[in-house]
Design a protein around this ligand. Structure first.
Ligand code: HEM
Length: 401
């Protein structure tokens, strides 16, 4: 069994060469993650899609005998332990209760209602960025748009948004290394305090927003506890923000690096739906699933995974699996079928997929329309990728309009 070093510079620069080798020679590999420790990774589409639906793999380590409790470690700042109460770290009834509650608030109607506002903000951001001629697409566009959307959904008052944005930027920059965690403690504390105040305000004076809906939500089970509500807000923020930033930025880069495909999309704007799916498959804003834990001893390709051991699923590798996708390394904006796993699969399938798709459907065509000569402002070899734990995104994307 091979060992996959997810943190190495060589891997970060070109993960797909390593993934292709794993799919061919060693479809289960050993991995070592910061905080989460040692475990296994699956590389083939068939294994990844099966595992995402496999009830023998738990998201909550408490449901797998002998599993460690990575987020409960004494040295971790308490604020980071909060996310332990969120749906991504829960299974079964607990998971269903949390997901159903947020579904009550995260309705297609609420998302559709956002569309016009997303168009407006997109236009404003582009007007100010394009006036500069050359700019960082992430700072000026790919980052503020999803941040605005999530603030709007959570009901962060207009007046507080710039403060919220500053804090979020510090917090969301973290790649979960111990040093970054410590550096982000003050921002995390401030955000926690901010959310607590927001929840109290919305309990007193409900508005037509997600926090109000969640604070008042009741289903057949008990209401959300304060800890669960806080965890939910943190999760929505983490899951809903940098992921979409990555889709917009890496998606734009993929288009710029494939001029024929870019021209095809300009000539045929109706292609945008399949184009977004292909950009998701090709760029993989979320590279790997969250941690899963074996509830019982499991065997993959002759390798035994003892009960309690961590397994992660290499979504980005599955999305380039030649057994499923024809010419998987080719960007084909009209690709059909395209059963990519960029949003996961099964019970933990991404809650924000409709929202992320909507943001991309508005933002990318507007960018292409308003910047007909968009190009990279530096050689592609100078672009750098963040070392985040399971996300893949650029640190900056300097462009010229
Ligand atoms: C391009 C953007 C996005 C991508 C690629 C993405 C990808 C994913 C993936 C792969 C998972 C499953 C992880 C796993 O099974 O371990 C997931 C879960 C989740 N995502 Fe997204 N996501 C995106 C945007 C969003 C947005 C905008 C939101 C919310 C505002 C969101 C909220 C969530 C939540 C709450 C979960 C956990 C669901 C559960 O545990 O049942 N995501 N996402």
């Amino acid at each position: 069994m091979n060992q996959l070093d997810l943190r190495s510079k060589a891997f970060q620069a070109n993960p797909h060469a390593a993934y292709a080798r794993l799919r061919r020679d060693s479809p289960i590999a050993g991995v070592q993650l910061p905080i989460f420790g040692a475990g296994f990774a699956l590389a083939r589409y068939a294994d990844v899609s099966e595992a995402l639906k496999d009830p023998r793999l738990a998201n909550d380590p408490a449901n797998a005998p002998g599993a460690p409790d990575p987020l409960g470690q004494w040295w971790l700042p308490a604020v980071f332990r909060a996310v332990r109460h969120s749906m991504i770290f829960s299974d079964g009834d607990d998971h269903r209760r949390l997901k159903n509650l947020v579904h009550l608030a995260f309705t297609p109607k609420r998302i559709e209602a956002l569309e016009q506002r997303i168009e407006q903000v997109t236009d404003e951001l582009l007007t100010s960025a394009l006036a500069k001629g050359s700019f960082d697409l992430i700072t000026e566009f790919a980052l503020p748009l999803p941040l605005w959307v999530i603030s709007e959904l959570l009901g962060v008052p207009e007046a507080d948004r710039h403060v919220f944005r500053d804090r979020m930027e510090g917090l969301l920059d973290s790649s979960l290394g111990p040093l970054q965690l410590v550096r982000n403690v003050p921002a995390a504390f401030q955000t926690m305090a901010f959310f607590r105040r927001l929840i109290a305000d919305r309990r007193r004076e409900p508005g037509d927003d997600l926090v109000s809906a969640l604070a008042h939500a009741e289903t057949e089970g008990p209401r959300l506890s304060e800890d669960e509500l806080l965890a939910m807000l943190f999760l929505l923020l983490f899951a809903g923000h940098e992921t979409t930033v990555n889709l917009l930025a890496s998606g734009t880069l993929a288009l710029l690096e494939h001029p024929a495909q870019l021209e095809r999309l300009r000539a045929e704007p109706a292609l945008i739906g399949s184009a977004i799916e292909e950009l998701l498959r090709y760029t993989n804003p979320v590279e790997q699933s969250g941690a899963r834990y074996a509830r019982e001893p499991l065997t993959f390709h002759g390798v035994e995974v003892p009960a309690g051991r961590m397994v992660i699923l290499l979504l980005a590798s599955a999305n380039r699996d030649e057994a499923v996708f024809t010419e998987p390394d080719t960007l084909d904006l009209g690709r059909t079928p395209n059963r990519h796993l960029a949003f996961g699969l099964g019970g933990h399938y991404c809650l924000g997929a409709p929202l992320a798709r909507l943001e991309a459907r508005v933002a990318l065509p507007a960018l292409l329309r308003r910047a007909p000569n968009l190009r990279l402002a530096v050689p592609a070899s100078e672009l750098r990728w963040r070392g985040s734990l399971n996300l893949r995104g650029l640190t900056a994307l300097p462009v010229r309009a």
